[in-house]
Design a protein around this ligand. Structure first.
Ligand SMILES: Cc1ncc(COP(=O)(O)O)c(C=O)c1O
Length: 368
């Protein structure tokens, strides 16, 4: 029996091994490891791709959020509202700058629910942090309206959303800053850790540039406290190369999503994510294909027995369920969602035949 991995890490390297090896060896041969031309090129090309004024490569997507929050002045005692359906890194970043992560429900499309956000606003709330999860952008009209009504900042965790759009505007560009992760399984993945922060605000950009590199200005003089959080030049070189074919990566994932939709869309036992053309306001890039399923655990076991590897996002635990971190908030919608959610293989290596096999295996499980 053939196994369909959830994410074929090595295959994605092997299918372009000669070019990728050449790029990495080139960096080594020149000894160009830290903050060299490739970093400048990638920052410029990423900013262009996203339609934003400034982009900064940093060490990972978690540092990106921490640095962004520091750059916009969020700190001690401030509250930031974010979805519980996110990676622990989003909430941890808020905590680590001294602020309080306030967790909210997600709606039917798995995204931060604006109405629930509004209920959680207090006099200490400073920002709303939409997480552009699964390669979809939240309903930014609704979130912006809440933010404007209450005088709040929007800051975006777009770790999973590079290239995703809402009304033609890229995820990551709606608020004071947005962040991206280049973790290897991300849509644009590097060969280790990597991340970026983007902003349209010139003052915030100056602060980010200082915070990511020991507080050093363009002349190398230390003028502020800062971190060592640079995207290394080897990763920047790889990412800059992969960015060139990124539209094809997105196109293939949207085709895979359309094939899942065509094969499973009629099944009452499942709630699929919105299809690629379901709503003209959204352009989804399908970082993940996360559906809801009746008898989810049995379905997962059945898929596994038939060679199809799946994942439950965040290892099955939304942030508010980490009681050791002190969360006491009750989020019944998110709890219910986490009993049903499941992610199917979604990447540009999965073939049409494999998608058809996964569809057949799921239909077989429900006797269809
Ligand atoms: C929604 C979300 N936020 C933050 C992160 C953190 O990114 P990184 O792993 O690059 O630190 C990730 C990725 O892992 C993520 O999926």
């Amino acid at each position: 029996m053939k196994t369909i991995p959830f994410f074929p890490y090595a295959d994605l390297f092997k299918r372009d091994e000669a070019a990728l090896t050449d790029i990495m060896m080139g960096v080594c041969r020149r000894g160009a490891y830290i903050l060299q031309q490739e970093c400048r090129d990638f920052d410029a090309n990423l900013a262009k791709f996203m339609g934003v004024k400034h982009a900064f490569g940093v060490a990972n997507g978690t540092d990106a959020i921490i640095i962004g929050l520091k750059a916009v002045g969020i700190g001690l005692g401030d509250e930031v509202i974010l979805p519980s359906h996110t990676y622990i890194a989003t909430a941890a970043s808020v905590h680590l700058v001294g602020a309080v992560p306030v967790l909210a429900e997600c709606g039917a499309d798995h995204m931060l629910d604006a109405a629930d956000v509004e209920k959680r606003i207090t006099s200490k709330t400073k920002a709303i942090m939409p997480v552009q999860v699964n390669g979809r952008t939240c309903d930014m009209d609704a979130l912006r309206a809440v933010a404007e009504n209450h005088g709040l900042m929007i800051v975006e965790d777009a770790a999973q959303g590079l290239g995703s759009k809402f009304k033609g505007q890229c995820a990551g560009t709606f608020g004071k800053f947005g962040t991206i992760s280049f973790y290897p399984a991300k849509l644009l993945g590097c060969f280790g850790d990597g991340g970026a922060i983007v902003t349209n605000d010139d003052e915030v950009a100056v602060k980010i540039a200082l915070l990511k590199d020991h507080g050093r200005n363009a002349d190398g003089r230390v003028v502020a406290w800062g971190y060592n959080s640079r995207l290394d030049n080897m990763q920047a070189a790889v990412l800059d190369y992969k960015l060139k074919s990124y539209p094809q990566e997105i196109e293939r994932r949207r085709a895979v999503a359309a094939r899942y939709q065509a094969g499973l869309g009629d099944m009452a036992e499942l709630a699929l994510p919105p299809g690629p053309d379901a709503d003209a306001r959204h352009f989804d890039v399908y970082q993940n294909y996360e559906l809801e399923a009746d008898r989810r655990d049995d379905l997962r076991a059945h898929l596994d027995k038939n060679g199809v590897k799946t994942i439950i996002q965040w290892a099955g635990t939304p942030v508010h369920q980490f009681k050791d971190l002190g969360f006491t908030v009750d989020l019944p919608k998110t709890d219910a969602f986490f009993k049903r959610c499941l992610m199917l293989p979604m990447n540009s290596a999965v073939t049409d035949e494999e998608v058809d096999y996964i569809v057949k295996t799921i239909r077989g499980f429900y006797g269809k």
